[in-house]
Design a protein around this ligand. Structure first.
Ligand SMILES: [Zn+2]
Length: 237
């Protein structure tokens, strides 16, 4: 990957300057970006790129292992151009709040029931996660309600979220470093670690809030039975 991922060091960067490295049709590769590409089930960021006073609406994506900025409509961007990138901050910040909440919820359900995530999605409006939880739906519903109550209690404590990098080998020794049933950590020599001290520690590449107090209250929207290892919860903040 040629692009430096600014959000991995500071998830609060909403404006940045970058140089165009490559243009493939309507897809633009930059030397650095604050746009998250939608990896890990988090909906990709939107915003715009601006060059020579012209604004181009853009949405991030991933292609051939690289972050691309997909431009809406015609554009005249070319390699070497300096652009200003600006994120649509409101939806992005909501995704950060839901993402940190999702880590806390998965940690609480893992601790209580050894439940693993078997799928998930984070949009600006809501998050949904599937968990491998046993029991009938009234038990599952109660399990989710109790877990969310614990998440809210923990979030209100205002725990500082830590982000750092560890050599892969060292990271993989940490118990519970991956709670995703379907996915191993990325095949990288150094892994980015997101730690919510006392609650959760995971290898994760995405944007998070700095402090759990920013999450606010998690509210359950819907609970569904999607099969034996798939108890689905929709929630928002
Ligand atoms: Zn995550």
């Amino acid at each position: 990957m040629r692009t430096k991922l600014l959000y991995q060091e500071d998830s609060y960067i909403r404006e940045f300057e970058a140089t165009v490295l490559d243009v493939i049709g309507n897809k633009v590769v930059l030397d650095k970006t604050a746009f998250h590409d939608g990896e890990g089930g988090v909906q990709a960021d939107t915003g715009y790129l601006e060059a020579s006073g012209v604004r181009y609406k853009a949405r991030a994506g991933k292609e051939g292992g690289e972050v691309v900025h997909i431009i809406e409509g015609e554009h005249s961007l070319k390699p070497g151009d300096v652009v200003k990138g600006v994120l649509d901050w409101e939806p992005r910040y909501r995704k950060m709040r839901l993402h940190t909440a999702a880590h806390m919820l998965s940690a609480v359900l893992y601790k209580r029931y050894n439940a693993l995530i078997t799928g998930g999605d984070i949009t600006p409006e809501y998050a949904r996660d599937d968990f491998s939880i046993e029991g009938d739906m009234s038990q599952v519903r109660r399990a989710f309600e109790e877990a969310v109550a614990e998440v809210n209690e923990l979030a209100a404590r205002g725990i500082e979220v830590k982000v750092y990098w560890l050599p892969r080998e060292e990271a993989l020794k940490i118990p519970g470093i991956t709670k995703l049933a379907e996915k191993a950590p990325p095949d990288l020599p150094v892994l980015r670690i997101v730690e919510i001290p006392g609650v959760d520690i995971q290898a994760d590449g995405g944007p998070h809030v700095r402090n759990t107090a920013e999450i606010g209250q998690v509210k359950i929207l819907k609970v569904e039975n999607r099969g034996r290892n798939k108890k689905r919860i929709y929630y928002t903040v």
